[in-house]
Design a protein around this ligand. Structure first.
Ligand code: ADP
Length: 485
């Protein structure tokens, strides 16, 4: 039996992306189709989305959606089935989905994303003739009010799933907005949408959704602890019976080293020597000394506290003393950009940086670097380490969250058994990062061993097939429960 799922999400690759959330939202529908699940994604009509639509039919008009009119457009783009909220008063602006060109959050984000949840609920309740989803699946705080609206509407509704991609982003807004958001007064309580005196969008979703998931089993456990719960751990512990972790995958067609035209040379697990041309190309593009014998470490990341860029800068002297080079592609906090710029200026042959978002360069770096640094202080799943493994770059990861669950540490005993797909370090501190870099340099000096690990990494199944089967089982379980009631 085919299940219809409505995914409610604020970004989706390749239409609009600020992070891994978009990758997941873009890849999961295709993977779920193979499991007999038909996904429609509901997405705000930012200019980038409206321009990308290949076909579109207006299926509903709304006279009042938080201060203006809206049209709901059923559309296709990039192989995705979409409902798009075309509401110019909310979404027709330059900038990314959350911030204007000046880098500040839009002042009306509370309404922009309440609208996303409101329309999801209308669709669940029959807004569009012939469309009734079996399951509603909300992603992150932007969709957090959806289960709350369903709860306070009191109507019979499809079951709901909320997925947390990053608990750090919580969507907190002023309590005085309650009635303008269309929530009843009695919603403002600890068992409702109240969150430390504000309205909490993610909190609301975690409170009312039927099932909660996050993007790795280890992160699912971490967020139930005071250290990892970011204020939500009490609620999450009380809902631990419906919380589970399902790993993310990557799109193995987009990330396919055997036919990736963004690489200088494509390669496969049996022709790893070809990677040398990609390495040379990375070194040249970033102004580094083009020397095959120097281990090339890389980082592709948002430059934020979470991602541990400061730890990399602190470990840099030892990395360079060991003969290594560092290539960084990223964008984010200006203080980290300044630190990286200074490091590159001081070591022009050895440290190369490019700021901004560059999908093509990201592929080339993955196909050319020797090791990818992912020293995150916390990491719900992480995608870059999966791309690295697929491209034969060995990930060096902090032993947290999904990084624990996806990379097999090449410890002494793992190496003795021929195992390992990368390197772990813990706790997440400069000294331990430096120590793991020393360990990596020592393995690098043993080419047969290095090659063995590269092969292990490249043969790891990092695609969506297994995760999609787990989501499908979750949906079927939920729908089965509803039918039995
Ligand atoms: P997060 O979602 O926390 O930013 P993830 O590792 O889950 O981190 O996903 C980040 C995604 O964005 C990966 O696909 C990564 O390769 C990509 N990425 C991050 N920064 C850049 C950049 N500057 N240029 C190109 N791709 C980037």
């Amino acid at each position: 039996m085919t299940l219809d799922v409505l995914a409610v999400v604020s970004e989706i690759f390749p239409l609009i992306k600020t992070g891994g959330l978009a990758d997941v939202a873009g890849a999961l529908p295709g993977a779920l189709a193979a499991e007999g699940v038909a996904v429609r994604s509901l997405i705000p009509g930012y200019p980038q989305v409206l321009h990308a639509l290949e076909s579109g039919v207006v299926v509903a008009y709304l006279d009042h959606l938080f201060g203006g009119e809206a049209r709901i457009v059923a559309a296709k783009a990039a192989g995705l089935d979409l409902f798009v909220i075309d509401a110019p008063h909310l979404y027709a602006r330059d900038g990314d989905p959350y911030r204007g060109p000046g880098g500040y959050d839009w002042g009306d984000n509370a309404f922009r994303f309440a609208a996303l949840s409101r329309v999801a609920v209308m669709l669940a309740q029959g807004l569009v003739d012939g469309y009734r989803p079996d399951v509603l699946h909300g992603h992150d705080w932007q969709a957090g009010l959806m289960p709350a609206y369903l709860h306070y509407d009191g109507a019979t509704t499809p079951p709901t799933v909320m997925t947390v991609h990053n608990l750090a982003f919580q969507g907190r807004y002023y309590a005085g907005l309650l009635s303008s958001l269309g929530l009843p007064n009695d919603a403002f309580q600890i068992n409702g949408v109240e969150y430390y005196g504000d309205i909490g969008y993610l909190k609301a979703g975690l409170q009312f959704a039927d099932r909660l998931t996050t993007v790795s089993p280890t992160y699912a456990a971490e967020i139930c602890t005071p250290a990892g719960g970011m204020g939500m751990d009490g609620l999450l512990r009380s809902r631990a019976d419906v919380l589970s972790g399902i790993l993310n995958g990557i799109d193995t067609d987009v990330w396919d080293p055997t036919r990736d035209t963004t690489l200088a040379v494509s390669f496969d697990v049996d022709r790893l020597a070809l990677r040398a041309a990609n390495k040379r190309s990375v070194q040249t593009q970033l102004g580094l000394q083009a020397d095959a014998s120097r281990p090339l470490f890389a980082m592709i990341s948002r430059l934020t506290w979470q991602k541990g860029i400061d730890l990399v800068l602190a470990s840099l002297p030892r990395l360079l003393a060991g003969g290594g080079q560092l290539a960084v592609l990223g964008s984010g906090d200006l203080s980290y950009e300044a630190g990286l710029r200074a490091a590159a200026a001081a070591n022009p042959q050895s440290v190369g940086v490019q700021f901004g978002y560059d999908e093509r360069l990201a592929h080339l770096i993955q196909g050319g670097c020797d090791a990818l640094l992912v020293p995150s202080r916390f990491e719900p799943c992480g995608l870059t380490q999966l791309c690295a493994m697929r491209y034969g770059a060995l990930p060096i990861v902090a032993h947290v969250g999904g990084l624990c669950d996806t990379v097999i540490d090449a410890s002494e005993m793992a190496l003795a058994s021929g195992l390992g797909t990368g390197f772990h370090f813990s706790p997440v501190q400069e000294e331990m990062l430096t120590a793991v870099i020393m360990r990596v340099l020592s393995v690098w000096r043993q080419p047969d061993l290095w090659r063995r690990l590269q092969r292990n990494a490249m043969m790891t199944d990092v695609g969506w097939r297994r995760p999609a089967a787990q989501y499908a089982a979750l949906y079927h379980g939920l729908v089965g429960e509803v039918r039995q009631q």
